[in-house]
Design a protein around this ligand. Structure first.
Ligand SMILES: [Fe+2]
Ligand SMILES: [Fe+2]
Length: 272
């Protein structure tokens, strides 16, 4: 169990600390020139998560689990602080204190939900408390389907309006994920009766199809942006960032699928 704890902790922290670092960068880009204090705060978080990312890569799997437990606590505290910063920024935007800044309120809310997700993961890891598989399948899908749908919306809004075909594709993805999210919430409200292996298996299959095509769309968009072939105000790093989050969701879906099929060490409970 402690081997698994170490491996899972290192995996979560290395993925999400890079994400948190990039959020700091995106928020910093969106502030106005005069928002020097906010920019400084964003830079501070960039350095904090850059340092965490550097340190997590230095650990090997045979590290003492207690060292990782302490490390997780430290990361948890940093995540709580960046979460509070994001919520503060959201409050400033929604009360019109930063006219002209360019971060959408929904994007700021979105990145704060990702911080909250990371914070919960760390708490669960350190508590050693595992969520039952059937609950985890529903909760993770409800979380990530919303995230995916919002990515499609952000892409659609940040493309130049003259990119009509791409903007239309982004809108189609957004509608598709809205539907999937409502379906997921239906399954959620039908708990525990909806928690049968066939229903959850079908649920995962259906979600996987859409996430794969969204992932491919993001990859194409990322490559086109990198090659300067499309008109947009999407930073190349943002395109890559949302692509990696889709890959992460796909890995989670596959992991659930394997657990459902009884491949990967079937326990009634799993944790990732
Ligand atoms: Fe993100
Ligand atoms: Fe995201």
């Amino acid at each position: 169990m402690s081997d698994r704890f170490v491996a899972q902790s290192l995996d979560e922290v290395s993925f999400w600390s890079r994400i948190m670092k990039e959020h700091s960068f995106f928020l910093g880009l969106g502030f106005r020139c005069e928002d020097t204090v906010l920019k400084k705060e964003a830079d501070h978080f960039y350095r904090v998560f850059e340092d965490i990312e550097r340190r997590v890569h230095c650990f090997t799997l045979d590290v003492d689990p207690n060292t990782i437990k302490e490390f997780n606590k430290e990361v948890h505290s940093a995540v709580c602080h960046i979460w509070a910063f994001k919520r503060k920024v959201l409050g400033l935007i929604l009360s019109c204190k930063l006219p002209g800044q360019t971060n959408f309120p929904l994007l700021v809310d979105h990145v704060s939900r990702e911080a909250n997700y990371f914070r919960n993961r760390l708490e669960e890891l350190n508590r050693g408390q595992l969520e039952p598989l059937y609950d985890a399948i529903i909760d993770e899908n409800v979380f990530f389907l919303r995230i995916m749908g919002e990515h499609a919306q952000f892409i659609g809004h940040l493309l130049d309006p003259s990119e009509r075909k791409l903007a239309e594709q982004a809108r189609d993805f957004s509608n598709d994920f809205d539907q999937l999210l409502v379906q997921a919430r239906d399954i959620d409200s039908m708990r525990p009766q909806s928690q049968t292996a066939p229903i959850l298996d079908q649920f995962l299959d259906q979600n996987r199809v859409s996430v794969k095509s969204l992932r491919d769309f993001k990859k194409t968009a990322r490559d086109l942006i990198d090659q300067c072939k499309i008109k947009s105000i999407i930073h190349p790093l943002l395109a890559d960032h949302v692509f990696r989050e889709a890959e992460r969701f796909l890995e989670i879906i596959d992991m659930f699928e394997n657990s459902l099929k009884g491949k990967g060490r079937t326990q009634e409970i799993i944790h990732h």
